[in-house]
Design a protein around this ligand. Structure first.
Ligand code: NAD
Length: 255
């Protein structure tokens, strides 16, 4: 068997929040092995620009649409539009996410709720929207972007850790719900990567160094280092893998 077990030609992949950061990186990675790409962002212009750039670079079909992952009506409309335009979503990467960094006693309830809504309810809404058609086709891949902070705690991150830990059990539960259908559900748990989300750490040399000190490999992840995990879990190569989490963390959680 050759490299075609990692190929995604003829598949349509939807990456939520895919106009920048790890989402854009993974969208390009899946396009590089042949997948057509759907991207949503809260801003139409950003989603469209990213989709056009991916189409130009990889010669695949793309669609960039505005939709907030917490808005079920908008998400259902996106799935309908993608199905009409590209023929149905085969792969969903629930990537959209935010972080608000405050200890419990200083965390406003509205911020706690916003992180849970986007990081945990968003993936529920988006997977609910695609599962019926995946099940009907007998093939599908759902990948939730959790985090090392879904596996271990970190002071000052109450809703982020709770949402990412919740995603790991959502992964297992959906994997069991879909185990006999040809649809797999897995999670990726990245360690620190230099994206906008981590701007407060990147801009603070002390905080940046404190994170490096926790990583056995002694460095942050480089964006392309997420590609292999995304391609692998989306591909035919991962057909017997469901309900699991793949750590991409330079060893953070090994200690
Ligand atoms: P980022 O801030 O660069 O990108 C997040 C994307 O999600 C943005 O495009 C943003 O517009 C989008 N988004 C946010 N709220 C949304 C909403 N309500 N509806 C639609 N889109 C929305 O962050 P990133 O670092 O690329 O993170 C991507 C995912 O990876 C997140 O789920 C994050 O928690 C996870 N993660 C990141 C790291 C890291 O170190 N960067 C580590 C572990 C996990």
């Amino acid at each position: 068997m050759g490299l075609e077990i990692f190929g995604l030609k003829g598949r349509v992949a939807w990456i939520t929040g895919g106009s920048k950061g790890l989402g854009l990186q993974m969208a390009n990675a899946l396009a590089s092995v042949g997948a057509d790409i759907v991207i949503n962002s809260r801003h139409a212009a950003e989603a469209e620009a990213a989709a056009h750039a991916i189409a130009r670079q990889h010669g695949v079909r793309t669609l960039g649409l505005a939709a907030d992952v917490t808005n079920e009506t908008a998400i259902n409309a996106l799935v309908e539009r993608a199905t009409a335009t590209l023929g149905g979503i085969d792969i969903l990467i629930n990537n959209a996410g935010i972080n608000v960094r405050q200890p419990t006693t200083e965390m406003a309830l509205v911020d706690w709720q916003r992180v849970l809504d986007i990081n945990l309810t968003g993936p529920f809404v988006c997977s609910k929207a695609v599962i019926p058609a995946m099940r009907a086709r007998g093939w599908g891949r759902i990948i939730h972007m959790s985090s090392i902070l879904g596996q271990v705690g970190l002071a000052g991150r109450p809703p982020y850790t709770a949402s990412k830990g919740g995603l790991i059990l959502l992964t297992k539960t959906q994997a069991l719900e879909l185990a006999t259908t040809g649809v797999t559900v897995n999670a990726i748990c990245p360690g620190p990567f230099a994206t906008e989300m981590n701007r407060p750490l990147l801009d603070d040399p002390e905080k940046y160094a404190a994170f490096v000190a926790k990583i056995p490999m002694g460095r942050w992840g480089e964006l392309p280092e997420i590609d292999g995990a995304a391609i692998f879990l989306a591909s035919p190569a991962a057909s017997f893998i469901t309900g699991t989490t793949l750590l991409v963390d330079g060893g953070w959680t090994a200690q």
